[in-house]
Every structure is written in structure tokens, then in C-alpha cells.
Design a protein around this ligand. Structure first.
Ligand SMILES: [Zn+2]
Length: 508
């Protein structure tokens, strides 16, 4: 992998150097109890700093803000930090902030500095973390093309992201990457839980083992990096999880960046893994799609009408064909709709096969109620009709969601714990497909996201294998713990929630 500094800066112009006076706080809790507020973690991307603040929970009403300046405190601005979560075990709270250097300030030709301090307002008092009176200081620098050599020399002695190995060092630090060779199994990397974030870990493991996607990212990274903040961060994450050097990483930077686009993911609480998968694929698609248009083209395109091509669409999108037949005159009409995931109901039995679940796709739906009748253009009236769903285009990567969570008749969500037996090597979908090639209807399973436990107190894990090996071994990923998986566990698994299959014969 090679990432150059040019690719790391925003619009090819500016980026933020990490505060060289920041150190991860030792005796964190002791400091929080004593000073009430502590900057726990910080990392930078482009001209944005992402920070995490820990405060002592001394009262319900509290406010945390960042006071920052870019002119040596002649003027300053204030940015509120967002409340993230409460640590019940030790009586502290977590806040996060995202501080971006204002665009108009970047136009100044001189080398800029940004300084900040953190204020915690509670019980009528104000408590500061100003880094032992030094404040936290950043340098805002231009890309190497425009930075005079003298400044470059100056910077290269400091903690900057100029050189590749320094960038990796920074990413390794941002993700708290640990190499523990005695614990590590087969160069695999576990993901530490941030408190309820197993939904994210289970999806990230499955996606990183989607070799068609990972290979695309790794082969094309030079042209992909810097095309968007999510792509950029996903590449950093991919490098760490796939390089084989680390036994665990904490995917906090990727989560924070996703969280600053979608606040639901800023908090460290349980979310639905399937929803997170759809959101992440969508964000990756948006970033990649943008790479095919210039800014001008994006402006001229209406929202949602931008060229729909991206590796995400190419790999994960299938197309449904829905055909409605008038039962009076047998006139038919077809429409098409894309899907990223096949959501299948589980027939109400204690045990069934995946093929039983797939049967629902082939069932005709009769539109015969007064409010569901179809307007037939031939008969020129609302008539009884039947609707049939087929798969018009099968996706290269097929994700199946088993509908384990359903509302019962009392409007309460319940979990279906039925055992669904799924094939490992030859899932055949040709009978559900309207396209003639049956060869492309064969799929191989490579990852499973499991939901363990109850609806409100669940835990996600992943079973995965890397198909790029000849006889791939299955592994279980349970946050930071990676284990060999018995085939019994794989085959008799009533926890399976999402199944990831790859097409055996990929069309050119
Ligand atoms: Zn008709």
C-alpha cells in the first residue's frame, strides 16, 4: 500500500498536523476524578480533528464545549461537544466533537496554527482541560506542492503525515493497533468493542472478507484515496485489518467518521447490523460515484440522478422483476427494482432449509381485494390480478437477511430462533431467476453474521472464511476474539441472521 501526503489532504491543498503535544492520558480515570474533564483521544483527517472527551458525571445538567482560535487567541470560537454515552461502571460520561478549520481561514497565505482548550460546565462552575496551560495545538499545512522546502524540513522533524511510514504510524496509533503474536491466530485481526458496537464489528469483518470488494480497494487505492472521507477511512481500516501484523484494532476513527454523517452511529450503543451494512454500502457508493463526476457535473445532476455506477452497485445490487397479470384478459405488465439484500421470511417451523425460505419469492400474490386491485390498461378498469416476483439480475455478492425480528399480533417485536439450514458450497438460485444462465445462479457461502441472545440484549458475531485460499478454514470473530470454528457450529447454527454468498462464475 502506498498513500502519499498529497492524497491525504483536502482538495489537494491543506491538512491538519496532529498536536505534537498530545499524549494519550495515563491514569485516565484518576485525572477525570481530579480535573473533571480530560481529552481522551484525538485524530485528524484532512482539515478536521475528531476528539473524544471524558468528564466526571457530577450532575445531570452539563455542557462541554471546545474553545478554539486560529489567530493566537486574538479571536476565538466555540464548538459544542455531543454527549455520547454514560459509563455506568465508573461514573464518567463521554463527549465527542468534530472541529473543522473554516474554509475562509484557509485562504490566508501564512502558515496557520489552530489551538484549542476544552471547557466543562457543571454545577455552576467551569472546568478546563487546557493541556497543562499549553493548550492543544495543531499546524495547518498546505500540500507539498505548495509548501516551501524550508517549512517541509521543519515539519519532517515533527509528527507530520508527510511520509508513508509516518502516515501508517499515525493510523496505527489512531486505531490503537496491538500486535500480540502469542494470541494471534493465522494473522487474523479482531475488533475491539466500544460498548455495544458488535453490530459494526460483525459487518466490518464480513465486508473485509468480501474479496472482490477488498481486492478492488487494494488494487485501486491510489486513485481512490482522497475521493471521499468514508473511502479514505475505510482504506486505512482495510490496511490495518488485512496487513496481518495486528491481533486487535479499535475501529473508533471509522465509526466516528460514519457517526458524524449519521448521528445514530456516533453513540456506542447497539444498532441493527443489517441497517449498518446498508448505510455503509450506501456511503461507500456515494463516495465512489462522486469519483466519476467532476464537481461541476455533480452540480448539474439532480440529487439521485448521478451516474449510478460504482463497484458497490456492480457487486451488491441485484434487480427484481415484478410481473402483474390481469386475470380477466391475461395482459401482463412488468417493472424492475434494484435490491441490495434478499430479505426472506422464515416459515413458521422450528427447523427449515434456506430453500424453504426462498420459496416465498416464487409465490404468486393475488391482488383481489377492493383496495389492492390493479388497473389494467387493456381492460381499462380495475381488475383482479396476480403478481409474481423473479430475480431479473442476480448480484455477484448475494446478501440474505433472515427475517428473525418480527412484530407479533400484540404489536411487540419478537425474535424467531428457528434453525435455518443453509448450504455452504452450492446455493442454487436458478429457479428464482428470470435470466437463462443457470451457471451464474450458483453461490458459495463465505460469511455469516449471527445474532445471539434476546432482542434487547443481543450480541453479534461473525463466522467467516477467506475464499482466496484453497481449503479455507472457517473462523469465529467475536469482537476482539478470533477462534477456529467447528463445522458442527457452522452447520447447526440457529443464530444466523445475515448470509454472505459469492457467485461461483462471475460474468465478465
Ligand atoms: Zn385486463
Amino acid at each position: 500500500m502506498s498513500l502519499s501526503c498529497e492524497q491525504q489532504c483536502i482538495n489537494g491543498k491543506y491538512y491538519l498536523c496532529m498536536p505534537d503535544n498530545f499524549q494519550y492520558p495515563r491514569n485516565l480515570l484518576h485525572r477525570v476524578y481530579k480535573n473533571l474533564v480530560v481529552l481522551e483521544d484525538i485524530f485528524t483527517r484532512n482539515v478536521t480533528a475528531y476528539g473524544t472527551i471524558r468528564v466526571n458525571n457530577c450532575s445531570f445538567d452539563k455542557r462541554v464545549f471546545v474553545r478554539y482560535t486560529i489567530d493566537q487567541w486574538k479571536t476565538f470560537s466555540v464548538l459544542n461537544a455531543h454527549y455520547i454515552m454514560h459509563y455506568a461502571d465508573n461514573n464518567t460520561d463521554l463527549f465527542q466533537f468534530k472541529l473543522t478549520v473554516p474554509k475562509d481561514k484557509l485562504l490566508s497565505s501564512s502558515l496557520l496554527k489552530m489551538s484549542f482548550a476544552i471547557c466543562y460546565c457543571v454545577n455552576g462552575g467551569k472546568f478546563w482541560d487546557n493541556n497543562y496551560s499549553q493548550n492543544y495545538n495543531f499546524e495547518i499545512i498546505e500540500s507539498s506542492r505548495e509548501v516551501p522546502t524550508s517549512i517541509l524540513n521543519q515539519l519532517s522533524r515533527k509528527k507530520s503525515i508527510i511520509r508513508d511510514d509516518q502516515l501508517y504510524k499515525q493510523i496505527t496509533q489512531d486505531y490503537h493497533a496491538i500486535s500480540n503474536t502469542t494470541q494471534q491466530i493465522e494473522n487474523l485481526c479482531g475488533l475491539k468493542n466500544l460498548g455495544g458496537t458488535c453490530y459494526m464489528n460483525s459487518i466490518l469483518q464480513s465486508l473485509s472478507l468480501t474479496s472482490l470488494l477488498t481486492n478492488y480497494f487494494l488494487y485501486n487505492q491510489d486513485s481512490l484515496v482522497f475521493k471521499g472521507i468514508i473511502i479514505n477511512e475505510y482504506l486505512n481500516f482495510l490496511y490495518l485489518i488485512r496487513c496481518g501484523q495486528y491481533s486487535t484494532i479499535i475501529p473508533a476513527p471509522l465509526k466516528q467518521i460514519i457517526g458524524h454523517i449519521n448521528y445514530a452511529y456516533l453513540e456506542n450503543q447497539q444498532q441493527d447490523a443489517h441497517e449498518f451494512l446498508i448505510v455503509l454500502l450506501d456511503y461507500l457508493h456515494i463516495d465512489l460515484n462522486r469519483t466519476q463526476c467532476t464537481d461541476e457535473e455533480i452540480d448539474y445532476n439532480l440529487f439521485g440522478q448521478i451516474n449510478k455506477n460504482s463497484i458497490i452497485v456492480d457487486l451488491f445490487y441485484g434487480i427484481y422483476k415484478s410481473t402483474i397479470t390481469c386475470l380477466q384478459c391475461m395482459h401482463t405488465s412488468s417493472s424492475y427494482e434494484s435490491f441490495v439484500c434478499l430479505t426472506l421470511p422464515i416459515p413458521s417451523t422450528n427447523q427449515c432449509t434456506l430453500q424453504d425460505c426462498l420459496q416465498s419469492l416464487n409465490e404468486d400474490e393475488y391482488l383481489i381485494d377492493d383496495d389492492s386491485k390493479w388497473f389494467c390498461s387493456k381492460c381499462q378498469c380495475h381488475s383482479n390480478a396476480k403478481k409474481r416476483l423473479e430475480i431479473h439480475k442476480l448480484p455477484k455478492i448475494l446478501i440474505i437477511q433472515l427475517k428473525r425480528f418480527q412484530m407479533n399480533s400484540e404489536m411487540r417485536w419478537i425474535k424467531d430462533e428457528s434453525l435455518v439450514l443453509y448450504p455452504e458450497d452450492d446455493l442454487d438460485l436458478h429457479q428464482y431467476s428470470s435470466s437463462p444462465s443457470s451457471e451464474q445462479a450458483l453461490y458459495t457461502l463465505y460469511s455469516i453474521v449471527n445474532h445471539n441472545g434476546s432482542l434487547n440484549d443481543g450480541h453479534y458475531t461473525t463466522f467467516s472464511r477467506d475464499l482466496s485460499y484453497d481449503q479455507p478454514q472457517w473462523f469465529e470473530y467475536d469482537d476482539e476474539i478470533v477462534k477456529y470454528l467447528d463445522l458442527d457450529q457452522l452447520h447447526l447454527n440457529s443464530k444466523a441472521y445475515l448470509l454472505f454468498y459469492t457467485m461461483q462464475h462471475i460474468p465478465e
